[in-house]
Design a protein around this ligand. Structure first.
Ligand code: PMV
Length: 315
């Protein structure tokens, strides 16, 4: 028997950085994200008589990027499957296949999409195999969070708030934002996000971080609700710089920004200054620059995309 599922990734505008509880991924502060419905992971599970679960790339015409999961990443993915099997007291094994329609491992939050898709697929398979009651999305999001924190936000769309163990859709305007990302590098990160969550807490600037994130969440929710786009842009801009400053000032400093990231950021902030308007701009734990445009900014999004595409890959 085979089961299939897919899930989108999401981009946080107020970031999840730092954990209260590392085993079950309870965040130190609440985060607010926008679900990127076009950037998706696809997962297939096939029952096997093999003595253990295993992973292999999924061949699927929709999945244009085959992830090259190293041993540690495969183990992490399979550990999450083991946790899901345990929930259902299931002792059989699966071959897990996965792929994305976007490049993995470069700050495009591919783990959010792939862990959400794995959770959806495994719950579907395990519910059928163990004749269990159907599980609702909130319960699935909670399970998914234990594999990858940010994946719990991929169960809802478009605006999602995650605080402690609770994740839910929030009603805000701008339901059809356009997303582009300037991919300045495909290189895998040297410091993964679990390590980043640990190291930021050693920075002297971590003092007050939770309060700053919570304050920005209030400001951003207000700006979005009142359609004050420029105020939203300024809050989101401060928030990603705050996170990257924590990376750079950890006791064992690290960073993801590349010279090309700064070139893109300079161009975009100048664009805002010259035009009095522009996209929301953010970076995850990676060098690539994410842009969110309002639906009425479609022409602007095209102009900016074409300008950036002269020097960078823009998705
Ligand atoms: O879900 P994790 O543990 O990969 O953490 C992701 C953290 C950031 O992407 C940097 C921020 C966020 O809120 O998604």
């Amino acid at each position: 028997m085979k089961w299939q599922a897919e899930a989108p990734t999401n981009i946080a505008l107020i970031k999840y950085m730092g954990k209260k509880d590392a085993t079950s991924n309870i965040p130190l502060n609440a985060s607010l994200s926008y679900t990127l419905d076009n950037l998706r992971s696809f997962v297939e599970l096939e029952q096997t008589i093999n003595s253990a679960d295993s992973w292999e790339p999924l061949q699927d015409p929709r999945a244009t990027f085959i992830p090259e999961l190293n041993t540690i990443e495969q183990q992490r993915f399979l550990r999450h499957l083991a946790l899901l099997k345990k929930q259902f007291n299931y002792t059989g094994n699966f071959i897990v296949r996965s792929a994305n329609n976007f490049p993995a491992g470069c700050g495009l939050a591919s783990s959010a999409a792939s862990f959400a898709a794995l959770t959806l697929c495994a719950v579907q398979a395990l519910t059928a195999l163990s004749h269990a009651e159907p599980m609702d999305r909130t319960a699935m999001a909670e399970l998914s969070r234990q594999g990858s924190g940010s994946s719990c936000r991929s169960f809802f769309s478009p605006w999602v708030l995650w605080r402690d163990a609770k994740v839910a859709k929030v009603n805000l305007p701008y339901q059809d934002l356009l997303h582009h990302v300037a991919v300045v590098s495909h290189q895998k990160k040297l410091v993964n996000s679990s390590e980043a969550h640990r190291r930021v807490q050693t920075s002297a600037l971590f003092n007050g971080r939770v309060e700053r994130a919570e304050q920005r969440l209030i400001e951003l929710s207000h700006s979005l609700a009142h359609q004050e786009w420029r105020a939203a842009y300024l809050t989101v801009w401060q928030e990603f710089w705050d996170m990257h400053a924590l990376f750079q000032t950890a006791k064992q400093p690290f960073g993801y920004l590349q010279p090309a990231s700064l070139t893109v950021l300079d161009y975009l902030s100048e664009y805002w200054e010259n035009n009095g308007d522009g996209p929301l701009i953010t970076l995850d734990a990676g060098p690539n620059v994410h842009m969110l445009f309002r639906a009425d900014q479609a022409a602007m999004a095209n102009e900016i995309k074409n300008t950036l595409a002269k020097n960078f890959e823009v998705i």
